[in-house]
Design a protein around this ligand. Structure first.
Ligand SMILES: Cc1cc2nc3c(=O)[nH]c(=O)nc-3n(C[C@H](O)[C@H](O)[C@H](O)COP(=O)(O)O)c2cc1C
Length: 393
């Protein structure tokens, strides 16, 4: 049993911290979690609203709204959210309702394009051919159009009233595929480091020019190491070995370009899933997440850092979180599945109430794969029934 500090002694976790020019009331971050419950066309539904109202009641310091696609043909989930002019009022409502309950909580929108992780109702699209069936290779022009869509998605998020955005560069979505050493296409989006980071840095430059004078937060979530050949965090297109040199160069570049925060994740769900979300069998993978934050911190300049994959640690996550913040590894501790299991988690800890701890049963992952509404199958009967009723599919 590892040693850890007394869970009652959580002064740092309940102290405020800056993220960009704004202050978060505590160090708990609810990570983006796709609920797959948008309306037809990707607008926020009543079920989506209720999930974010619950998180607001939970008093998380930061709440990152799940992957929101910038085009309706690039959705990982059949009922995923899409931000566009038509759906904007529904996103405004999400912000209003969240802020009514938890005005000081920081609310970020994760802006994404699913790329080759697109679901059955979308088109799988990638940067390079790896033999995957049915994959459309995006043209140089199409990548630029998607980049423009992303900039527009960020601007719409600001218009909706979000505190900021999370530029999704993780988990095998298009943003991370572009960065990979394996992306050796020979146009302006592939090959050299400069070409592979052009998508990010040219967007960032535009966004800083538009929003830099305001307190709008611009950050990103990366997979520090994807665990695939030529993936992020490897040294070359044909290597699977972890080498963080290029990722650290990227992080230093983000800090220099004025990015406000970095959410450090790893792996690719569906390929190297357990790196992303440790299970009971692979519990110790959380140690890699701590290490990735320490590595990121060495070059992260003024950016705030959010750590990932705390769920598997259950109650121990609190003492480890306190210790990690104290030691400067990260500023915020991020929970994915725990935010499904108990959206009220931080508020309950603060009030000394019993918590529903995630059992890491993988039920939410099963619902995700089945393309139905997603949530906790242990503590919420709606999702428990959903799991039962779809088990024969
Ligand atoms: C059902 C489900 C949906 C998820 N949706 C997203 C998402 O929209 N964006 C994202 O970056 N990560 C997503 N993730 C990953 C989580 O944010 C988180 O990184 C992962 O679950 C590991 O953290 P945990 O161990 O605290 O759960 C999802 C994970 C699950 C299980």
């Amino acid at each position: 049993m590892p040693e850890y500090v007394d869970p009652k002694n959580l002064e740092l976790l309940f102290s405020p911290a800056m993220i960009g020019k704004k202050e978060a009331p505590n160090r708990f971050a609810s990570q983006p979690m796709e609920g797959n419950d948008g309306e037809n066309g990707g607008a926020v539904s009543e079920r989506t609203l209720e999930r974010y109202r619950s998180l607001a009641r939970g008093a998380w310091g930061i709440t990152v709204v799940e992957a929101i696609s910038v085009t309706s043909d690039a959705l990982a989930r059949n009922n995923g959210l899409v931000i566009n002019r038509k759906n904007l009022d529904s996103f405004k409502r999400l912000v209003d309702e969240f802020k009514k309950i938890h005005p000081e909580g920081i609310l970020l929108f994760q802006i994404s394009h699913a790329g080759r992780k697109a679901g059955p109702l979308s088109r799988k699209a990638g940067m390079y051919d790896d033999g995957s069936e049915g994959l459309e290779i995006l043209s140089e022009k199409r990548v630029e159009e998607i980049r423009r869509n992303i900039v527009e998605g960020v601007n719409l998020s600001a218009e909706a009233g979000a505190d900021g955005v999370d530029f999704k560069l993780c988990h095998g979505y298009l943003g991370s595929e572009i960065l990979r050493p394996a992306n050796q296409r020979n146009d302006k989006w592939g090959g050299s480091y400069e070409n592979r980071t052009r998508f990010l840095f040219s967007s960032l430059q535009e966004l800083k020019a538009l929003h830099g004078h305001t307190d709008f937060i611009i950050g990103s979530r990366i997979s520090m190491y994807e665990g695939i050949r030529g993936g992020c965090g490897t040294v070359a297109g044909d290597s699977v070995l972890e080498d963080l040199t290029e990722m650290k160069r990227l992080i230093a570049g983000m800090a220099e370009a004025g990015m406000d925060y970095l959410n450090v994740s790893a792996g690719i769900p569906g390929y190297t899933s357990e790196i992303t979300r440790p299970t009971n069998q692979s519990r110790w993978f959380y140690l890699h997440h701590f290490r990735y934050c320490r590595e990121a911190r060495e070059v992260s300049g003024n950016m705030s850092l959010i750590g990932s994959a705390y769920t598997i640690l259950k109650e121990e996550s609190l003492s480890y979180g306190e210790e990690n913040v104290k030691n400067g590894l990260m500023d915020f501790i991020g929970y994915g599945r725990q935010s499904f299991a108990d959206p009220l988690f931080p508020a309950k800890i603060l009030n000394g109430e019993p918590v529903n701890y995630c059992t890491a049963c993988s039920g939410c992952t099963k619902l995700m794969i089945r393309q139905v509404n997603d949530g906790c199958v242990i503590f919420d009967s709606y999702y428990r029934e959903m799991l039962k009723s779809t088990s024969k599919r």
